[in-house]
Structures are given as C-alpha cells and as structure tokens.
Design a protein around this ligand. Structure first.
Ligand code: ADP
Ligand code: ADP
Ligand code: ZN
Ligand code: ZN
Length: 762
C-alpha cells in the first residue's frame, strides 16, 4: 500500500512543487518532492542543500502556516521573510528535527523530555506499594514529590569558604573575595557597616563567636548607615546571604558571567538527604517488585525495559504497553545506553536529535513534513541501520520525510534522492539528479561516483614517534581503561554510540593534554563583522596593502572605523529587532551592501576597491594577490576546500563543516602539535571526506599528531592506528577492544567496527 499511498484519488502523483528557487547559491531551480515518501537530499558541502531544504522549503512552510492565523496571533509569532522562490505548492506543516543541544535547566532529563518518566510515575501511582495515589507524588518537579532539602535537583552546591575568604585579611583589606562583595560595594557595606566587627582585624584573629556571626549571623537587627540615613535591616550571615542570593537560583537561568563567577566559589555535592534521588522519603519508599522509581530511572534503558516487561501489572496494562513502546523506540534509535535520569543538557548534539526523533515517533500527527539534518551524526554503521528503520516508520505513518544526509546507508533506503551540485558555492546550486536511488549510482555526479567506488584500506601505515599513554581511566562507563595513543600518526577512535569515545578523548585525554588543539565545528563568529578574511588574519594584510598603495591609514579600511558606512556600521546589512519576532535582515541601502563610505571605495589596488576584494572568492583572490603573506592564507583556504567562499561572507552564515575547515586553514603551518577532532566528517559529502583526509595527512606529515573520533569507514581505512571501544554502549561498553592498524582490526572478533569494515570491503 505504501507505494500507492502517494497517489491521490485520480491517480496522480502527489508532490511538493518548487519552482524558481534562488536562495543563496541556488540557480533558479525547480523540482518536485514526492509526498509521504522518504527523500534524501545530498551533495557536497556548500552545494546548496540547506538553502533548499531549510531556507526554502521549511521557511516557506512556516510562513504559509503563519499566514493562516489571525492578525492577533500572527503579531505574536516570529515573522519569516519570504524566501527567494517563485512558488512552493502543496506544502503541509513542517517540523525540523535538528541537532541543537537541548538547553534547559537541571530538571529536564531524558525521562521527562520523552514522557517516559511521566508514564513511570503513572505506573507507580497505580501499582506501587504501599499505595500512594497521585502520580505527582513521584515528580521531582512538584512539591508533592521533591526532596525538600535540594528541591528536586539531587545536588546541593555549597559555598567553598577557602576560596570565598582570605582569612589573613581584614574586611577593610578585602577579605571577601567574591567580586560582588568587594570593598566599598553594597554587599560589603552590609558587613562593614553593621557595627558587629572590627573592620581592621584579620579574619584569622576573630573570636569563635565573631566568626560564627560573620558566617551564620545572629538574630539581631542592625542599623545600617546608608546614604546619610539609617535603615533597619535583619543581619544575614555570609553563608546565608550567599545561599539565598546565588545558590537558590538555577544556574541555567543566570547570566554567563555570574555563572562563571559562581562556579569558582562553590563545590557541588550530592544532596545529603536524598543522595541524588531527587525525591522525598514518601516517594522513595514506594516500590514495584522491590525497586523505587529513582532506582528504575537510574537503570540504562536496555535494562529498564526488561524490568518493566516482567512487572505484573493487572490494572495498568495500557500504561505498561505505552512505556514498553517508548523504551523500545529509545533502544531502536541507538540510545539504549542512556538512563531516564540523565540530564538533557549533558547530551551531545546527535543524542539530542535522536531524543527529539523519539518524541515525534510517539506523536499521532500525520501528513506532516519532517525534516532531518544529518541524523546519522554520532552513529556507528550498526546504529545507522536502526535509525533508518525509524525514519521509515515515520514515513509509514503518512508523513513526508526529508533528510539532508551524506551517509551511504541512509541514501540507500531513500524512496527518492535529490542530488544538489555539482560543486560548492557558485559551482553548485543545481539539481544534478532527482529520482530513485537505483539510478543515482549510474549518474555522473560526485555522489554517484562515490556510491560506485569503494575505498580499500591504505597500504602503508606510519610508525609512531612515541606514545601518549592513558592509564586507569575511570569516568562514566570507562572502567580502569589503559590505552597507548601513538604520537606522530593519524589515530581514529571508533566504537558504537555510547561506547565511551568522547569520554576517553574529550574528557580524559584532553584533561591530561591541555595543550592539544581541538578543531570542532562550533561557530566561530565572535562578532557580526567576522568574516573568513578577519578570522584568518588576512584582513590585516589587505588593509595594510590598501593603505600603502593609496597613501592613507590602514584603519580606514576597517569595518569598525570612520571609513565604515555610518548607516550599517560596516556590516553591509541592517538588522531590525522586533519585539516577539525574529530580527529582519536587509541590505543597507546607503552603501548597497559594500560596507564602506563612497570615498573609501575610491581607493583601489590594481583597479579593485576594498568592497570588490571582499566579494572575491578565495580562488579569485589567489589570482589577484601577489603579496606573499596574503597568498599563503588564501592558499590555506583553498587547501581545505574553501576555494568557493568569498573573503567577506559573514562567519555566522557558514555551516559547521565550513567553520571547521576555516579553523583548519589557520592551523596548517604548525608542527609538533596534537589535534583532536570529534566527527570531522559531519556535514561532509563522500567527496569532501577525501579532501579532509588529504588535509589530515598533510598535518601529520608536518610532524603533528591527529586524533579523530569517527565512524566513517573511509576515515578508518586511512588511519595509521585505530582504537576501538565497546563492545556496546553504556555499561556494556567502555572497554578497549582493539588497538592497532586498520589491517589488523579486520580480524578482531566481537567488534562491530571490524564486522562493518569486513562487510564494506566486500
Ligand atoms: P550545504 O547545505 O549544501 O552545505 P548551503 O545551502 O549551506 O550548502 O550553502 C550553499 C552556499 O551558499 C555556500 O557557498 C554557502 O557558503 C552560501 N551561503 C549559505 N548561507 C548564506 C548566506 N546567508 N549568505 C551568503 N551565502 C550563504
Ligand atoms: P560515545 O562518545 O562513544 O558515544 P560517550 O563517551 O558519550 O560515548 O558515553 C559513554 C557513556 O558515558 C554512556 O553510557 C553515556 O551515557 C555516559 N555519559 C557520557 N556523558 C555523560 C554525562 N555528562 N553524565 C553522565 N553520563 C555520561
Ligand atoms: Zn535531595
Ligand atoms: Zn551600509
């Protein structure tokens, strides 16, 4: 029935019709995407996939939906500009399931966000012993259930007096070290003006009673001299005040500055009353088959599902059934190693996306468009296969599923593939293939070429110069792990999701090697004015060149100088902030997007103005500039595959993969450094991966060590050394299964990575 599902009553194919799409680099393209089918949009990095899927289809779906609301509602919704497209027909409501981390306070857990904890509470209220009644009595977010000591957080942070006070000093000398208690400030005066202390006496000389008063207070009221008058105030000890003002707030809701300051002055500890269980004694006293709800929430989902299935629950069958289904979804999507009490703020981007997917699988909505941005991130080939099953299930519920993806296994299950390209930036933006997967392998596009070709394991492995041992690593699921990471070579750390790769490298290894350089995909746009030119340091050289040739000051060519367009402050774009709405962006009319005053644009170098230069792509700049330093930086951009980027494109518009490569471009000249990369193939097409491998080889050939966490088998095949963790995720993982060359990995029994590598090599 599935294959007839996308025909309407008259037998016509039912499609989303896009005509004349021109966002970013899209070249006025028109295409149709079948509804109620699974479509994968692929193509090299920078080819225009996001411009089509997010900036055109998702944006237009949202805009059309908003148009259907009353003005009252519409004025309260974010306003979306109309995408650069002639028409998009036959849309339905779109939901974007992205990889943004789930930001939230410490009350948000895997259990609360997937509703599994609510089902568990319901189960306890029905069949827990002794009988309790309301399911709220098991909620750590409800006064009826929360531990009164920690208010349901499971943790208590306490003021670290050794850091907060310098006991060798007096109040007048600045004994209180927290910046908000500095001498002369409001909080300081509450103590110094209280009349209770000798302000010149070092704290170390205080009597026991003075010390107690300073920290824990007295019941006395004190008259404070204040601005010429006196106010009556209840005296509060330092500990009491600090706790009330700082520790009762959720750190998630503080400003970054206050949170950072706070972290220096407190020590976190498990709540002494509930021991981290978050609940009050009544809730913890209620059990099912001998276990309380906190103990169940502490189990990994793979273990919890067995306990629930074995529960005898005559009067709660529907609850048990829903719970088993939800837990099964979590396992299917490769998250069985998580426990329900895991705080969502500690999940990686890929884990967060999979959690969101599970929520949508539980929804009974149909006829939606679900859009996924590279859902294979963080997934081992073993887990990718499970993921594809869930994407199909979402489709089979009657939804249109659109996936931006490069992973071969995901492309291969698609009903329909749209290949954008052929190249990146101005060399891309066209539909180079649209149709069934079977036809793609024969298509003369980068995707088709790579689908046909299988890479062998490389022939020669480099010899390590020395080793960087990790001994007795015990963190999360790592249980006394020892591993020798080789230096001077390219090492890949593999293993299924949750096996402990990030813990081993990002936490244990990096803590011991603080000088290692982490190349991640996090955005680097520190200011709206950041561009590839400013980030790489090229802009300084370009400014000097313009100044020298024209006999003026270099600062004239700076985006934040007197030479900048006064209307847009050198941004070229006007951002309009609107209450309740997304800001609007428009090209500055005064400078027509050139960012500079007209008189600055008259200064030329070989006929080009500073604005012309910022509009050049790296490839053009390489031909234009003869100056050595500029040449080198431009060449580094080309070497990392960013020849298509213009020097002046705002960094805020770069994709994760592009940001990562800009970072690499600024590092290419170093040697003797350790580089750590976490899934650098994210956002990269198979053709881009080959390019990345070339960059890594150059880094290693220059005497650097590169350690990469990766699942992509082509990357594994090109490593000098592999460390495989597993065998499974969570407590069933955390062991080193293999250390050695990829050739030797092939024969390892019990390793999922080895099994998939054998399969890939045929
Ligand atoms: P993909 O998703 O295939 O990696 P994108 O659609 O993100 O590619 O980008 C296509 C091209 O458009 C790239 O060259 C990118 O740098 C450029 N681009 C993306 N967003 C913007 C923007 N807001 N302004 C200018 N150029 C952009
Ligand atoms: P991988 O990188 O191989 O996917 P991780 O190192 O992220 O695996 O996770 C290994 C184990 O440690 C998993 O069981 C995971 O749930 C657990 N873990 C990771 N981070 C945290 C954290 N911040 N708090 C608690 N457990 C964590
Ligand atoms: Zn507590
Ligand atoms: Zn302007």
């Amino acid at each position: 029935t599935q294959h007839n599902g996308h025909r309407d009553h008259a037998g016509y194919l039912d499609h989303i019709e896009i005509t004349g799409a021109r966002e970013n680099n899209l070249k006025n393209i028109s295409l149709r995407i079948p509804k109620r089918q699974l479509t994968v949009v692929t193509g090299v990095s920078g080819s225009g996939k996001s411009s089509l899927v997010f900036d055109t289809i998702a944006a237009e779906a949202q805009r059309q939906l908003n148009e259907t609301f009353t003005t009252f509602v519409r004025n309260r919704l974010p306003r979306h500009g109309r995408p650069e497209v002639d028409t998009v027909d036959n849309l339905s409501a779109a939901i974007v399931v992205d990889q943004k981390r789930i930001v939230g306070n410490s009350r948000s857990t895997v259990g609360t966000i997937t509703d599994t904890y609510a089902l568990l509470r319901l189960l306890f209220s029905r069949v827990g012993m002794p009988y309790v009644g309301s399911s709220n009595a098991f909620s750590f977010n409800d006064p009826a259930g929360m531990c009164p000591e920690c208010e349901g957080l499971g943790r208590k942070v306490t003021l670290d007096l050794a850091v907060f006070l310098d006991r060798t000093r007096s109040l007048n000398d600045g004994a209180l070290l927290h910046p908000n208690f500095a001498v002369g400030g409001w909080y300081w005066k509450l103590y110094a003006n209280s009349g209770l202390f000798d302000n010149d006496k070092a704290l170390i000389d205080y009597t026991e009673s003075e010390w107690q008063t300073l920290l824990y207070g007295t019941d006395a009221k004190v008259a404070l001299e204040w601005a010429g008058g006196e106010i009556d105030s209840r005296y509060e000890g330092l500990v009491e005040r600090f706790t009330r003002v700082y520790l009762k707030k959720d750190p998630g809701e503080m400003s970054d500055r206050n949170r950072a300051i706070l972290e220096r002055f407190v020590t976190p500890a498990t709540c002494p009353t509930c021991h981290g269980a978050r609940l009050n004694p009544a809730a913890l006293g209620c059990t099912i088959d001998g276990r309380n709800i906190a103990e169940l929430a502490d189990l990994e989902v793979v273990d919890l599902i067995g306990v629930i299935a074995a529960t005898s629950t005559v009067n709660a069958e529907p609850v048990v059934a829903s719970l088993l289904e939800r837990l099964g979804d979590l396992i299917d999507i490769g998250l069985g190693y998580l426990s329900l009490n895991r705080e969502t703020s500690t999940l990686s981007g890929g884990e967060a996306q999979r959690i969101k997917t599970v929520r949508h699988l539980g929804s009974s909505l149909t006829e939606m468009i679900y859009i996924f941005d590279e859902p294979s991130i963080g997934l081992h080939p073993r887990d990718v296969i499970r993921l594809t099953g869930l994407l199909r299930r979402l489709r089979d519920k009657g939804n249109t599923v659109l996936v931006v993806e490069h992973d071969r296994d995901v492309i291969e299950i698609a009903d329909h593939v749209v290949d954008i390209g052929p190249g990146a930036g101005a060399d891309g933006g066209e539909v180079v293939y649209s149709g069934e997967v079977s036809g793609l392998a024969g298509a003369p596009t980068p995707t088709g070429t790579h689908l046909r070709r299988r890479m062998p394991i490389k022939a020669v492995f480099r010899t390590p110069t020395h080793s960087m041992p990790i001994e007795h690593a015990t963190r999360h699921n790592l249980d006394d792990v020892g591993v020798d990471l080789p230096a001077g070579v390219f090492t890949v750390v593999t293993g299924v999701a949750g096996s402990g790769k990030s813990t081993l490298i990002n936490e244990v290894f990096l803590a011991a090697h603080p000088d290692a350089i982490v190349i991640d995909q996090a955005a680097v746009g520190v200011s709206l004015r950041s561009t590839p030119a400013t980030y790489t340091g090229m802009m300084d050289e370009i400014r000097k060149l313009f100044a020298k040739v024209n006999g003026v000051r270099p600062a004239l060519f700076s985006g934040n100088s007197a030479g900048a367009c006064p209307e847009c402050q050198g941004l070229g774009i006007i951002y309009t902030d609107l209450a309740f709405m997304d800001g609007l962006k428009s090209t500055c009319e005064r400078c027509a997007g050139s960012r500079f005053r007209p008189e600055v644009l008259e200064h030329r170098v070989r006929g080009r103005s500073i604005a012309d230069v910022l509009r050049m792509r790296a490839a053009e700049a390489a031909e234009f500039f003869v100056e050595k330093r500029i040449q080198q930086i431009v060449q580094a951009m080309i070497d990392v595959g960013l020849d298509y980027l213009t020097l002046g494109q705002p960094m805020s518009t770069l994709s994760g993969g592009e940001c990562q490569r800009i970072k690499l471009a600024t590092e290419l000249h170093k040697s003797g450094t350790v580089y750590v990369m976490d899934e650098p193939t994210t956002g990269l097409h198979m053709a881009d991966v080959a390019h990345l491998l070339g960059i890594i080889d150059r880094l290693v050939d220059r005497g650097n060590s590169v350690i990469v966490i990766e699942h992509d088998l082509d990357v594994v095949k090109n490593a000098d050394w592999v460390v495989d963790l597993g065998p499974e995720g969570g407590s069933a993982g955390g062991r080193v299964l293999f250390e050695g060359t990829p050739a030797d990995l092939l024969g390892t029994a019990g390793s999922h990575t080895a099994a998939f590598l054998r399969q890939d090599l045929g």
